[in-house]
Write a protein that binds this ligand. Structure first.
Ligand code: SF4
Ligand code: SF4
Length: 315
């Protein structure tokens, strides 16, 4: 496994970060035992960086893995809190939920622009105080937009950013992957630590799994990349790529053949934007939410890039 120092934080992280969104109740809904076993397997293979969020509901899975292995990886969590009081509560939930004295990285969740960052200023100020008090080691934000990332260029208090990056730019809401990588390069040169998310575009790039993971692994300014993993085979595959090894024969193809379907996330607003982008006419809006006609859907992944709220994912 390759390791990097995450910007100026002094945190040494594996290039592959275990993203726990996909194992939690919003997606695969693995039990605490099942999720912990997968995290332990990844830890045994050299992964030492785990990403979670208050929203993901995976603090218990992580806590159990840490207890079983008696080894604490680098941990990142995040919260949508925008007031000081809410963020204080969020941080306390993370500390209690994972049974930790300090959270390595705590982020504002999913910032869109300078203006949303301004709206979350109180919460960020609380995190900066928590850093002074030794409850957090590094602060920052996650984002799906180039604009939010650009705002970090004039925010020296930001230690770490967690932007969306993949080979096709799936899910980047206001630009291309080239634009995202350009801002990432500038931030990296100022010492900001960068760990990317969604290297497979929320599942939409599964048909190009090896090419997509090698693309992010080869980006020089990405200190680490968070990938969701819900099977031992996915862990083997991802660890091989991020260790610079060739993938065991047949494994990439096995993962590509895994039965998948398009799922509409519960936060879909029913705006209908995605409908016109489906070449198969497989998407409709019914009862205030998008609905997919599975027999028409060819899992091409085109629709996901056009949902402003990243509601369409292939599992
Ligand atoms: S899936 Fe996204 S684009 Fe489609 S209706 Fe829901 S929110 Fe709108
Ligand atoms: S994955 Fe492709 S075929 Fe399926 S709903 Fe989306 S755009 Fe349509």
């Amino acid at each position: 496994m390759e390791y990097r120092i995450l910007g100026k934080t002094a945190l040494r992280v594996s290039r592959l970060c275990f993203g726990t969104l996909t194992m939690g109740p919003l997606q695969a809904n693995l039990s605490v035992g099942e999720g912990a076993r997968l995290i332990e397997l990844a830890l045994d293979k050299g992964v030492n960086f785990i990403d979670t969020a208050e929203l993901y509901g995976t603090y218990s899975h992580i806590r159990q893995a840490i207890r079983h292995r008696n080894r604490k990886p680098v941990l990142a969590s995040k919260s949508y809190a925008h007031t000081r009081a809410q963020m204080k509560l969020s941080l306390q939930r993370a500390l209690d939920g994972m049974d930790l004295p300090v959270v390595d990285i705590f982020l504002l969740h999913e910032q869109e622009s300078y203006y949303t960052l301004k709206g979350h200023r109180e919460a960020l100020d609380y995190l900066l105080e928590a850093k002074q008090d030794g409850l957090v080691r590094a602060v920052g934000f996650s984002c799906h937009t180039v604009e939010a990332l650009r705002a970090a260029l004039s925010m020296p208090e930001i230690d770490v950013v967690h932007p969306l990056v993949n080979i096709a730019g799936v899910g980047i809401r206001d630009g291309t992957v080239t634009e995202m990588l350009s801002v990432i390069a500038s931030l990296s040169q100022t010492g900001v630590g960068i760990f990317a998310m969604k290297p497979l575009g929320g599942g939409h790039l599964i048909a190009k799994n090896e090419e997509s993971l090698r693309f992010v692994q080869q980006q020089p300014y990405l200190d680490s990349i968070a990938a969701g993993m819900v099977t031992a085979e996915e862990i083997d595959f991802n660890c091989a790529i991020f260790s610079g090894q060739s993938v065991p024969v047949g494994l990439a193809e096995t993962l590509r053949q895994t039965k998948r379907r398009l799922q509409v996330q519960q936060w879909c607003s029913g705006c209908g934007t995605c409908v016109g982008y489906c070449p198969q006419d497989a998407l409709k809006v019914r009862g205030g939410r998008a609905y997919v006609e599975e027999k028409e859907c060819v899992l091409c992944g085109y629709c996901g890039a056009h949902c402003p709220d990243f509601c369409l994912k292939i599992y």
